[in-house]
Ligand binder design. Structure first.
Ligand code: 13P
Ligand code: SF4
Length: 304
């Protein structure tokens, strides 16, 4: 079946199931084009929490569908494949976090949404790359523990007066980007601005003209008078950047900026998911309730 025929059939099934398709900015072009909502982790969580749809089909990775299941217990949340993990989310377990908390009594835990529901359930509040500094500043404590992304924690520490303790986790895709790769790309494209995701290493962020979440990058480029950009995040976003800004030029500083988990779901998977209502993402109610407190608390932090 052609891509457009598959997309048409998926649209019909979405309507039949009263479903909405949510997709992350790193998804392949044919899924981005089809999505009812395309966004970063914060936008996806907000949309899941507000949609009147009966069913949410998630084109992203496992923790994103789990976040929808945390927020929407009365909706059916489908993830078209189960083998879409996240390297970073796997760098922490609830048991390991409980042990660390025991060493730090009274220190609130701020957990990046790139984590399992069970880890969120052990946390005081969640954050995303779009709101980490605001979330940390919203807390009364002078000292916080941020998990699991060390790079996001170090970035946040530079933008808050609070002491930020970190966990030794990272995204292997963003952490592999080196300052030398960025500098080489800058030399090849001296007019270009460099935009970086806060999951990049500190020495890479030090070279950035702007540090943003994926949707933050889309907004930055849309409103910037500059016409050429080096994009320091997963390459999937370049499709939307190009579509929204046909006159502008984009470069990736490294061929390694490709997340295999974000590329696994296909249109065929989405169609099968809708027809067979698979794979339903559900959580033990106790875990869901505890994780919900941390996610809801994050969503209540005012946006700038
Ligand atoms: P955003 O929330 O910025 O889209 O990031 C999600 C992610 O997985 C980055 O690697
Ligand atoms: Fe996880 Fe990194 Fe892939 Fe984002 S890019 S989903 S943090 S492995």
């Amino acid at each position: 079946m052609s891509i457009s025929a598959l997309q048409q059939e998926i649209r019909e099934w979405l309507a039949r199931r009263q479903a909405i398709l949510l997709a992350h900015n790193y998804q392949p072009p044919e899924i981005q084009d089809l999505a009812d909502f395309l966004g970063d982790s914060l936008g996806l969580s907000l949309t899941a929490s507000q949609t009147p749809a009966k069913m949410i089909v998630f084109a992203g990775v496992h923790f994103m569908a789990e976040t929808a299941a945390i927020l929407c217990p009365d909706k059916t949340v489908l993830l078209p494949r189960l083998d879409v993990g996240c390297y970073m989310a796997d760098t922490i377990t609830p048991e390991a976090l409980r042990r660390r908390k025991a060493e730090l009594p009274g220190v609130p835990v701020v957990t990046y949404v790139n984590s399992s529901a069970a880890v969120k359930a052990e946390s005081d509040i969640c954050c995303t790359s779009a709101n980490a500094v605001r979330v940390v500043n919203s807390l009364a404590a002078d000292r916080v523990l941020m998990v699991p992304d060390k790079n996001l924690a170090l970035y946040t520490a530079r933008h808050t007066a609070k002491e930020v303790l970190f966990w030794e986790g990272c995204c292997n895709i963003h952490d592999a980007l080196t300052a030398a790769q960025v500098q080489a790309c800058r030399e090849a494209h001296p007019q270009a601005l460099f935009l970086a995701h806060p999951e990049c290493r500190p020495e890479v962020l030090a070279l950035a003209d702007a540090i943003r979440s994926t949707s933050g990058m889309l907004e930055y480029v849309r409103t910037s008078p500059a016409t050429e950009f080096i994009i320091g995040t997963e390459q999937g976003i370049i499709y939307t950047l190009q579509r929204q800004n046909p006159g502008k030029i984009f470069h990736s500083p490294s061929p390694g900026l490709l997340c295999p988990d974000m590329k696994r779901i296909t249109l065929e998977d989405i169609l099968t998911a809708l027809k067979e209502e698979r794979y339903r993402i559900t959580l033990p109610e106790e875990v869901r309730q505890k994780a919900l407190r941390a996610v809801t608390r994050m969503l209540a932090v005012p946006r700038d």
